[in-house]
Design a protein around this ligand. Sequence first.
Ligand code: GLC
Length: 456
Amino acid sequence: MTAKQSYVVAAEAWQALESSIIYYRGRPIGTLAACDYSSPSLNYDQCFVRDFVPAALIFLIRGRTEIVQNFLLETLRLQIKEKQLDFLEPGRGLMPASFKVLHQGDEEFLKADFGDHAIGRVTPVDSCLWWMFVLRAYVSATGESSFAHSPEMQKGIRLIIELCLSARFDMYPTLLVPDGACMIDRRMGINGHPLEIQALFHTTLRCAKELLLDNQENIKIIQAINNRIPPLTSHIRHNYWLDPEKLNVIYRYGSEEYGEDALNQFNIYSESIPYAELSEWFPEEGGYLAGNLGPSHLDCRFFALGNMMAILSSLVMRQQGQIIMHTIEQKWTDLIGWMPMKICFPALKNRDWEILTGCDPKNRPWSYHNGGNWPVLLCFFVAAAVKMDRSDLARQAIAIAAKRLHKDEWAEYYDGKNGRLVGKEARKFQNWTISSFLLAQELIDQPKYIDWISHD
Ligand code: GLC
């Protein structure tokens, strides 16, 4: 693509993004998930908290801070503030998956979906975690610490941290969540302790630590955050890490070990690990974070967003981050293919697909969440690659996306093992596809923006 062509594409993308802005009582507060009027809208006519993240960042970069501020304030108003003892309301601290503006006479109000309307009634655990991420980016971009220091914002932050750190059943440093609690918002065998939520949880703790005022009211919460970050970090770095060497250790694991000295603490049965496929697949010096870990359960699938967020928040060590990038480079066809990048690899097939997705036809092998390619992941890949000094990989990925996204009218996702087909039910003019593409270009041109979304 020539410089002029890419300028035209970027200008069109920006215009499409602008035309998707949602107004509430005259103020811009977010963007529609998609502006595809040829497909049934389902809930794509709503503003999703997670979908707005790349848009928020691009708006911040371009000085359009008002929309991000309004988004943060309005979603904070929707957050559940009262403690619940019955099941009729979502838990305190939770934020909705999405919301839309409804009209009643001359009045406008916001209707939020906490998963109570969503397909499969999935819980949006990630929303409040993404909210904190956007708040921290907003403060970094504008320098307005006072915005985050207002009593309402401080309370919102505390409620999120309380929700994450409060009473629970298990003793892991990670968060226990139901299936479909994040970007993959349908049944995909990611209940328990999925990587994406753990990486976002870690980011949230680090952002909250920066944003909370050091005062009497916050003292206990700050202490709790400080107590949680080290065990969470070391648990993920050690127990989620997979590389050829670790694979060999797992392969030779004993089982049924009791007590503190157990090597195989989670009682993983090596027969449950696809070690034959993995030992062939792993490049030399390769490695990445596994998708999930629980009792006798190690999900060895590669999940892109969790791995990229772990690099950005420094949940992994720098060397591990570099190894992840090296793995992507060596396994480019599998993990990037014709559209950056694969949401998870490999796809669930046959009996696994039947059992873990409940025979979901949208999530059949190499489609949608089950091994589809999602252009929204481009910006996270680019940010992580640049942070790991692999701008070369970031540029290659952007070039691949640039060739197709505009032509394919900003498709939501791609299908096929190599991600070559526009997704069977993919929406067009999907806004996080558009904003991710714009953001990826800004991040490669001006890496200083990565500081807004990354931690050392
Ligand atoms: C799909 C995606 C989800 C996204 C939503 C709106 O449900 O799985 O992550 O937020 O569409 O784009």
